[in-house]
Design a protein around this ligand. Structure first.
Ligand SMILES: Cc1cc2nc3c(=O)[nH]c(=O)nc-3n(C[C@H](O)[C@H](O)[C@H](O)COP(=O)(O)O)c2cc1C
Ligand code: SF4
Ligand code: SF4
Length: 263
């Protein structure tokens, strides 16, 4: 038995997790769902599919790795999706598991279009990355079936830690991405942002979204909004910076809310 735990804002990680799930016969579980209702995981094979945030793991994925209760697990792998550079992401997974006396057996990266607004992939690269996804993930799936071991290759660099910390600080404190602003003239009250928010921190009130605390900086609300009505601090996805995975629907990633989000 196998389970793949994923975290996603704009669908890249869901798409990769879904492809791997089909290939390995694994059940998909949203990391935010697990954190809302933790339980003992008894599967022999565990996968984690995560985006890269500022050269590192998203905080919520790190929290999951610290808390997930594993029993009988013999093989753990991680796949990171990113626009260009994964930095210390895979090493960080290995480090957290090592502290818990668990072993990350294998790690892989899958480059996919960048959803971060700041570094858009560009139309040509976007098409190229999406076209390569199936083959890349299939190849990873084949290696996973053979229980590939490659984690000795994962190293940390002091510089990555600094770049990761400064990058995340800039996103939160300089670009102020946790502060959302709604353009009520553009918002039609469709509720998509509230459905897809993995933090569950968006509620619809009087036909418009209201943002509570607990944002996981996935950029999903602004990217999925069909009317470009959401500003993430100083960032506003529009035109070339707008991106969601074309093979993923709102329904695929709806309702994976954390339950402890403060309103
Ligand atoms: C807050 C934030 C920070 C990001 N930082 C990086 C980064 O350091 N390196 C990179 O290559 N991509 C970065 N990205 C891009 C995402 O890792 C990439 O688009 C990922 O595939 C998104 O996955 P998702 O669609 O499942 O949310 C960042 C995205 C966000 C939202
Ligand atoms: S997704 Fe956009 S248009 Fe729909 S409710 Fe949210 S802000 Fe309004
Ligand atoms: S509020 Fe935060 S966690 Fe929720 S969808 Fe928007 S960026 Fe993601």
């Amino acid at each position: 038995m196998a389970k793949i735990f994923y975290f996603t804002g704009t669908g890249n990680c869901y798409s990769v997790a879904n492809r791997l799930g089909e290939k390995l016969g694994a059940e998909l579980v949203a990391i935010t769902d697990y954190l809302s209702h933790p339980y003992i995981v008894e599967d022999a094979v565990i996968g984690i599919v995560t985006p890269v945030y500022s050269m590192d793991l998203p905080q919520v994925v790190a929290e999951f790795l610290e808390k997930v209760q594993l029993q009988e697990t013999r093989y753990i792998f991680c796949v990171a999706t990113m626009g260009a550079l994964a930095g210390r992401t895979l090493y960080h997974v290995k480090e957290i598991l090592h502290k818990r006396k668990l072993i990350l057996s294998a790690g892989f990266t899958v480059p996919l279009p960048d959803n971060s607004i700041i570094f858009p992939s560009g139309e040509k690269r976007m098409q190229m990355l999406l076209a390569a996804e199936e083959e890349t993930v299939n190849n990873i799936g084949e290696l996973l079936k053979e229980h590939e071991e490659n984690s000795v290759k994962m190293k940390d660099f002091f510089l990555w830690k600094i770049v990761a910390a400064v990058g995340m600080w800039s996103l939160k404190s300089v670009l102020n991405v946790k502060h959302k602003k709604i353009n009520k003239d553009k918002c039609n009250g469709c509720g998509i942002c509230a459905k897809i928010c993995p933090a569950g921190c968006i509620t619809m009130e009087k036909g418009h979204p209201v943002f509570g605390e607990g944002c996981l900086t996935c950029f999903g609300c602004a990217q999925w909004c069909p009317n470009e009505a959401i500003n993430l601090g100083w960032l506003h996805p529009t035109g070339k910076t707008k991106y969601v995975h074309p093979g993923v629907d709102v329904q695929d990633i709806s309702g994976r809310h954390m339950l402890d989000c403060k309103k």
